[in-house]
Ligand binder design. Structure first.
Ligand code: UN1
Length: 512
């Protein structure tokens, strides 16, 4: 009989109160803040963790600083080799790790596997990238001078990740940060620590086999307090944080105060615009996946659908019909489309958002119910909900991590784009249209104001090859592919005079 906890047993993670790890060294603390972790799937206990103590945090920092001294001297393609090994190992563990993610977080097993695949993909991307950390050669205005730029690692990169992608976002960061020559300290969500512990242990084995020092990859467990401490810590030149806008605002202020760097991936409020000449039949699955995938707890989840008035009624009927077919239940059972929300607090937020929408005059078309699953031990299962709203509904401007879709009408594309952009967040957006004119308008400078703009695909499920992130309250950071690596390095502009004269720039004359 296979269990979603198999991978923890195989990696020998039996000890309770796991608190931090710098690689081979790990500590289990019993005295400090302890927390029992339960699964939203059936309410059962996965294990117990301990929050890191202050003196242990100091130990992690000094170990990481020391590791950086060595790691930065290893040629980038050799560092890429180590990241490739991580990808290889994750490939081997895809099934058990995917099952653990699904069990601990509640996303469907398919999406659990998808999360591991996303980690494998970024490792491969980073391995190739390790031979392509190019700087420019620039034409100098002076004779016998060479002007060029090069990229150096920053030092310690602090990674703060969220429960919804408990491990993939770490992989985006660590794979790129490591080939760039940095070391990483990871504070995962305290709601999903065991998937993170498994990944840290998988990587620790690889580092040990290759005789690499302690501190290249560290894991620290704790709540917001430890995140704040990292954000305030001058020894961490870059903080990459994923989570809510309010968390990001706090991190940005703390890091900004000490003039550090940050990459912020915060809330999304993503819309799909359905044009009258669109292929609704084919668009429906990606729209529904966008809304109910990860039970609406992706930052890229589809939260709003903006529909051309001529097709509005037809679309609403089709959406209702599609939502009624969603099978809600144990996410490890591949028959089910949607699992539970992460915890009871998320369920409360789901219901209070629906109440607020009603109060503000919106109409609940379907959903808004709890579902009895697995003897209801976790009490975290709910139905996806459709809300019909006027485009100015206030609650529609906020991000609720739940499968709630607001449907609203428009007449002209310019009006739809205005609605799309009229929210504080700016992560993902999509237009379904077969009209070239509409498509190019949506993608133009007057179109979507989001970091991601899709045509005829939904708002979620971005590939790792592109830069991922968004504008406004989403925080402006870019991670993962394209040239996002540049945020993990410091640029150095160098000028070499190989002549015997000393011509000054701008033609300035200066004789001694
Ligand atoms: C997130 O929700 O924090 O584009 C990340 C997607 C995934 C990543 C989402 N590849 O939906």
């Amino acid at each position: 009989e296979k269990s979603p906890l198999d991978i923890l047993n195989n990696l020998n993670i039996k000890h309770p109160f796991y608190s931090y790890s710098t690689g081979q060294e790990k500590k289990y603390c019993k005295e400090t803040n302890r927390r029992i972790i339960t699964s939203p799937v059936d309410g059962s206990e996965i294990g117990e963790i301990g929050f890191i103590a202050n003196e242990d945090y100091e130990n992690v920092l000094t170990t990481a600083e020391k590791a950086f001294q060595q790691w930065r001297t290893i040629p980038a393609p050799r560092r890429g080799e180590i990241v490739r090994l991580l990808g290889d190992e994750l490939r081997k563990e895809k099934e058990p790790l995917g099952a653990l993610i699904s069990f601990e977080m509640g996303k469907s097993l398919q999406e659990g596997y998808g999360e591991v695949q996303e980690m494998i993909d970024i490792c491969e991307f980073a391995t190739g990238l390790s031979r392509q950390l190019y700087g420019l050669q620039i034409q100098s205005e002076r004779p016998a001078h060479r002007l060029f730029e090069q990229w150096h690692p920053l030092g310690i990169v602090g990674v703060i990740s969220a429960f919804n992608f408990p491990v993939a976002v770490w992989a985006w960061n660590i794979a790129i940060a490591l080939v760039c020559g940095n070391v990483c300290i990871w504070k995962p969500s305290e709601k999903t620590p065991f998937a993170s512990i498994a990944c840290q242990e998988i990587f620790a084995k690889i580092l040990k086999r290759n005789n690499l020092p302690e501190g290249i990859s560290s894991l620290v467990l704790g709540d917001a307090e430890i995140g704040k401490k990292m954000a305030d810590d001058k020894r961490i030149p870059l903080i990459s944080a994923t989570g809510s806008t309010s968390m990001g605002r706090d991190v940005a202020q703390r890091v900004g105060k000490r003039l550090g760097k940050s990459i912020l991936e915060l809330g999304g409020n993503n819309a799909i615009i359905l044009y009258e000449h669109s292929d609704i039949e084919n668009s429906l699955p990606s729209l529904v996946f966008g809304a109910i995938g990860t039970a609406g707890q992706r930052c890229t989840s589809t939260r709003r659908v903006i529909v051309q008035e001529k097709i509005y009624d037809d679309f609403l009927n089709k959406l209702k019909d599609a939502f009624s077919q969603i099978r809600i239940g144990n996410p490890l059972d591949e028959e089910n489309h949607m699992g539970p929300l992460i915890d009871k607090e998320a369920v409360e937020n789901y219901f209070s958002t629906i109440e607020l929408a009603k109060k503000q005059g919106a109409k609940i078309v379907s959903g808004a119910k709890t579902v009895l699953v697995e003897n209801n031990c976790s009490q975290c299962y709910i139905t996806p909900t459709i809300i019909v709203a006027k485009s100015d509904l206030e609650v529609m401007k906020t991000e609720t991590f739940a499968p709630i879709v607001y449907v609203t009408k428009y007449k002209s594309l310019s009006e739809a784009i205005k609605i799309n952009n009229n929210v504080p967040q700016g992560l993902s957006s999509a237009l379904f249209s077969l009209s070239l004119r509409e498509v190019e308008n949506f993608l133009s400078s007057e179109g979507s104001d989001c970091g991601i703009a899709n045509i005829n695909i939904g708002t979620s499920g971005a590939e790792i090859g592109g830069a991922f992130g968004g504008e406004k309250d989403t925080g402006g950071g870019r991670e993962s592919g394209s040239d996002a690596w540049k945020s993990y390095m410091r640029r150095q502009t160098c000028t070499v005079n190989y002549g015997t004269e000393l011509p000054l720039a701008q033609g300035i004359k200066f004789n001694l």
